[in-house]
Write a protein that binds this ligand. Structure first.
Ligand code: PEP
Ligand code: MG
Length: 590
């Protein structure tokens, strides 16, 4: 199989192999979401090419102006002149003469391609504007960023692509998708996702699974594909097929049917309990990104919600949701979880989860930067509002709260302290609060795992964020397809840390869950069961499989397995043993 799509796009069936990150099969027309800065490459040019580059620039500016004007006029007709005026601001940003002059000057003096020069200049401009503590300039920065994507697309000859304007169900192709891209998807229109970058635990993959969209990552050269051509995504085998033949589609139709038969059998497990053969009971809950995930969760028999990624509420809009808006959503989640619990995680922005209104600067190492609880501590106003909304939703006492990216006990003291203050404040305002409210921490930073005994004194539960814990322990970027093979959940170092966390928690009498993607991987079940994990919180459609795996396992035997894993030399040896056990005990769900 070729490993990179060519230009022009093949007209006969051509297959590419990537990494399957979200199951399912789908085919339809391709749309390209190529707004990303990371595909702008620096190219040296010769002095005699300068005028050519500048002509390309003028042409792209003109084309962008025409596109924006057309959208503006369309908007004015459909929703009115005043709302359409935001596009006037876009045109002003487009025609900003000092920006245009700076770009030309860069091309001329540094002899670089104009796309690169433009992208660099816009980046500096928008950063400076965001740094000014002024809403007006922040909005202007957002205008510049928006317009610049369009200019870059035009400079690079890419088809225009507006997710909002997509009018037929399609398969989205992109270099990568940020959580805010996916949060903005219209689920009726997006059939599947294929990206060049990413891995199983990148946020775009997690989102695809939670939206139940087949997805494949790691396919190179997607930007060269002709928009509108028919493509097929096989999210089981990680295949991406351009121009699938009628025969291929018929074969895939039959395969989908086989999968449906297995799913229907698994659905029969809905009412059964996740108990090992030697009677160890494990709770199996579900993860939720948005309220729309609830029906799927209930359908698959989740025992409540083990993780609400509340940041998606903050990423899907350009402004902070109010306390009332948040409280309403959290209350819906609490009601839907009854009689079980819902664990609401406070805002975990930063890293790759960013939007201009969050005010997070460009960082050299965003995953080591201003994220998770660090952001909440830096914005106590937002944190307080969120905690108030969470507590207000706790009318029936089944809401628990947890804090992300904790690396130190002082963060826990701060967060739990503010929670108590907020509860007291609400009681004083006449908003009844249950006597106690459990608060917990995510264990996703190695330092937290190593001081688990200390942290356990301050909270009622731990929830292991394996996606980040593995990334930080093994120094493997969870979203980088180039190193994804080294992202090894059964690495002896990871097993040792996990064991430390579980033992410390149990010694203090608190329970431990896993809410990272590890909990959705049935191959890892013998290890998680053997570690003594009390709760697994998984993506909804993995829940029946997890129950099936737990019911096939023996806790005492699994404990011995973990004893061996801790001493083992390599991740590969552990992984092979896990695969052998899964293949022997529950081959039908692999
Ligand atoms: C994790 O890190 O495992 C986790 C659940 O958090 P997120 O994937 O949202 O970073
Ligand atoms: Mg995390």
């Amino acid at each position: 199989m070729p490993d990179e799509t060519p230009a022009p796009t093949p007209t006969t069936e051509t297959r590419y192999k990537g990494l399957a990150v979200s199951p399912g099969i789908v085919w339809g027309p391709a749309v390209l979401l190529y707004a990303d800065e990371h595909i702008v490459r620096k190219r040296r040019i010769r002095p005699e090419d300068v005028s050519n580059e500048l002509t390309r620039f003028e042409a792209a500016l003109l084309k962008t102006r025409q596109q924006i004007t057309a959208i503006r006029n369309q908007m004015a007709e459909s929703i009115g002149e005043s709302d359409a005026s935001i596009f006037d601001a876009h045109i002003l940003s487009l025609e900003d003469s000092s920006l245009i002059e700076s770009v030309k000057e860069q091309v001329f003096s540094r002899l670089v391609n104009v796309d690169f020069a433009y992208e660099q200049v816009v980046r500096v401009y928008t950063r400076k504007m965001r740094e000014l503590d002024d809403d007006y300039f922040r909005e202007r920065a957002a205008d510049f960023a928006d317009v610049s994507r369009r200019v870059l697309r035009n400079l690079q000859g890419k088809a225009e692509f507006e997710l909002q304007g997509m009018d037929a169900p399609s398969i989205v192709l992109a270099h990568d998708l940020s959580p805010s891209d996916t949060a903005g998807f219209d689920r009726k229109l997006v059939l599947g996702i294929v990206t060049e970058a990413g891995s199983r635990t990148s946020h775009s993959a997690i989102m695809a699974r939670s939206l139940n969209l087949p997805a494949v990552v790691g396919i190179k050269g997607l930007g060269r594909i002709e928009p509108g051509v028919e493509v097929l995504v096989d999210g089981y085998e990680g295949l991406f097929i351009i121009a699938p033949s009628e025969q291929t589609k018929a074969d895939y139709g039959a395969r989908e049917h086989e999968h449906d038969v297995v799913e229907a059998k698994l659905d029969e497990l809905r009412e059964t309990l996740p108990v090992t053969v030697d009677q160890r009971r494990i709770t199996v809950a579900g993860n939720v990104e948005l309220v729309e995930d609830l029906p799927l969760l209930i359908e698959h028999g989740a025992e409540g919600i083990g993780l609400v990624r509340t940041e998606y509420l903050f990423l899907s809009e350009d402004e902070f949701p109010s306390e009332d808006a948040q409280a309403e959503i959290y209350a819906q989640l609490a009601q839907a979880s009854k009689p079980h619990a819902v664990i609401i995680r406070t805002l975990d922005v930063g890293g790759d989860k960013k939007r201009p209104h969050l005010g997070i600067d460009q960082e050299i190492n965003p995953f080591l930067g201003f994220r998770g609880i660090r952001y909440s501590m830096g914005r106590p106003d937002l944190f307080r509002t969120q905690l108030r909304a969470i507590c207000r939703a706790n009318t029936d006492g089944n809401v628990k709260v947890m804090f992300p990216m904790v690396s130190d006990v002082n963060e826990v003291k701060f967060a739990c302290g503010m929670l108590q203050e907020v509860r007291a404040e609400l009681v004083a305002e006449g908003v009844a609060q249950p006597e106690t409210m459990d608060c917990g921490v995510m264990i996703e930073v190695p330092s937290a795992a190593l001081i688990a005994d200390v942290l356990a004194r301050h909270v009622k539960f731990f929830s292991i964020g394996s996606n980040d814990l593995i990334q930080y322990t093994l120094a493997i970027d969870r979203g980088n397809e180039k190193v994804s093979a080294m992202y090894q959940p059964a690495h002896p170092a990871v097993v040792r840390l996990l064991k430390n966390v579980v033992d410390a928690a149990h010694a203090s009498g608190i329970w431990v869950g896993v809410c990272g993607e590890m909990a959705s991987d049935v191959v890892l079940m013998p290890m998680l069961v053997g570690l003594g994990i009390d709760e697994l919180s998984a993506i909804p459609n993995a829940i029946p499989r997890i129950k099936r795996a737990i019911q096939a396992l023996n806790y005492e035997e699994a404990k011995e397995l973990v004893g061996r894993f801790v001493q083992s030399e390599t991740a590969e040896a552990n992984q092979q043993e896990l695969e052998a056990i899964a293949g022997r005990l529950y081959p039908e769900i692999l």
